[in-house]
Write a new protein. Structure first.
Ligand code: ADP
Length: 485
């Protein structure tokens, strides 16, 4: 019989996305189906989600879910089951999933996502007629309370249920003041260092990590890094105390969405055998970004504009990038000061540096298909997806050696070049000088076309589909079910 897994998250492609979390949650059901897992995804009913699912049947109702009425709607996500928590008091708002259009977090995020977790725990614990699950899988702090409620306040008659807490980014923890605790509807026992309490307040992520049967994060290197204060963001002690209950499973990419041979967003599709055609995408991209066409490399960035992503360091390196004959096309949104910094760099280097602010999925595909190299100078990177898309599209990744970037890119050092396995460029320590040196290496390699082609081909041949990681999650679920009494 198939294992039934409830995957709970605040985002899922193609319904709602602010980052890599959505790509992963949206891809997991397909990735797991060949391994005997039937995955149901549960997301909040934001306006865009309700619009996307159209008319849907309500299979359960809560007269008051932490204070607001709510319904559970049954829909489909491709070939898989999708459940949507329709709670207008929490989710029927403009702006983004977590804040208003000016980027300010909603003040009641704690209640919105506690309610989401409460509903998921009821569902996982068998309180919704006709729905039974073998494993509860929660992603990030917005879903973490599902695991905490399952542990501390399960619905009546619920059987023990194994759970997986996946951390997509330790920097986002869902920490709130102690005044929120009484409204969460948890027993007093949950107010402890082994429950939701964290430095005198409440931490949703920490609560999920304490209560979960297993913690995973999205690359083996990040799983090791978060044992250390520099990356653990205060939760390194908890990670250490969970010992071998912490695993790293690297993300895959959805090869139906990200395949240069079939991608409808590209001016020209291409593949390993038709790599020459790629130049047409480069020319189209130059025109789209109003960059001077020339024979030098075109660097791209597709990123949240945030300190984590090392974008301030890239700004320091822009003049060097242009000075050595590179051009730069940036697509990003986020920090206003960084946006202004990139606009200033573009004004300083017309025809050489160009910036698009905002979020544009199709443009991100055209950039991967036409850029020569993608820059990912992150200070920390749990997995990172843009370097994986770059590998698949022959857009050579230039990355900081951290987290998933360290695990997925093979640096073009002499040994790797000679062995024919290099897929990109890595550099140590996110500083302007390290990034400038990496850019210089990239430009030098680019001007040796045979070597550059070999690096592109190696990346395109590498398998970052979900095959391997889908099996790793399936094995994990099977282990947990066997362990559970
Ligand atoms: P994170 O989740 O930390 O933002 P990831 O690399 O894991 O970083 O995932 C980012 C995802 O969001 C990728 O799919 C990337 O292509 C996409 N993305 C980021 N910024 C933009 C943007 N401005 N427009 C379109 N897609 C973007």
């Amino acid at each position: 019989m198939k294992l039934r897994v409830l995957s709970v998250a605040s985002e899922a492609v193609p319904l709602v996305k602010t980052g890599g979390l959505a790509d992963v949650v949206g891809a997991l059901p397909d990735a797991l189906a060949p391994h005997g897992v039937a995955m149901t995804v549960m997301v909040p009913g934001y306006p865009a989600v309700l619009k996307a699912i159209g008319k849907a049947r309500a299979i359960h109702a809560w007269p008051s879910l932490l204070g607001e009425p709510a319904r559970l709607l049954a829909a489909r996500l491709g070939e898989h089951a999708l459940l949507v928590l329709d709670a207008p008091g929490y989710f029927a708002r403009g702006g983004g999933p977590y804040g208003d259009s000016a980027g300010h977090d909603w003040a009641d995020n704690w209640r919105r996502f506690a309610a989401f977790g409460r509903a998921a725990a009821d569902l996982a614990g068998g309180a919704v007629k006709g729905k039974r699950f073998d494993v509860l899988h929660a992603h990030d702090w917005q879903a973490a309370m599902a695991i905490a409620y399952t542990r501390f306040a399960p619905p009546p008659q619920a059987a023990p249920l194994p759970s997986v807490m996946t951390i997509h980014n330790m920097a986002f923890q869902g920490n709130f003041g102690p005044e929120t605790f009484p409204a969460l509807g948890l027993p007093d026992a949950a107010w402890s260092i082994h429950g939701v309490e964290y430095h005198g307040g409440v931490s949703f992520l920490k609560a999920g990590m304490e209560a979960a049967s297993m913690i995973t994060t999205v690359s083996p290197t990040y799983a090791a890094e978060i044992r250390d204060a520099q990356f653990g963001m205060g939760l390194e002690g908890l990670i250490l105390s969970r010992g071998d209950r912490v695993r790293g499973i690297v993300n895959g990419i959805d090869t139906a969405q990200w395949n240069p041979e079939t991608d409808p967003a590209l001016a020209t599709t291409f593949g390993l055998r038709k790599l020459d055609r790629r130049i047409r995408n480069k020319r189209a991209l130059e025109a789209e970004f109003a960059l001077e066409p020339d024979e030098g490399p075109l660097f791209i960035v597709i990123s949240r504009l945030a300190w984590q992503k090392g974008m301030d360091v890239l700004l320091e390196a822009v003049d060097h990038l242009v000075g050595i004959g590179g051009r730069l096309a940036v697509l990003g949104s986020g920090d206003a000061a960084l946006e202004a910094g990139f606009h200033a760099a573009a004004a300083r280097h017309p025809g050489r540096v160009s910036v698009r602010t905002g979020y544009d999925e199709a443009l991100s595909h055209r950039m991967q298909g036409g850029g020569d190299a993608i820059l990912v100078p992150s200070r920390f990177e749990p997995c990172g997806l843009t370097q994986l898309y770059g590998l698949a599209y022959g857009c050579v990744p230039v990355v900081a050696r951290t987290g998933g970037l360290a695990d997925t890119v093979i640096d073009a050092n002499l040994a790797a070049l000679q062995a024919g396995v290099a897929t990109g460029i890595q550099f140590d320590g996110v500083s302007a000088s390290a990034l400038c040196a990496a850019l210089s290496r990239a430009v030098a390699l680019y001007h040796r076309p045979e070597q550059w082609r070999a690096i592109q081909r190696n990346g395109m041949k590498a398998d970052f589909s979900w095959n391997r990681s889908g099996k790793a999650y399936a094995d994990l679920y099977a282990q947990l079910v066997t362990e559970t009494p």
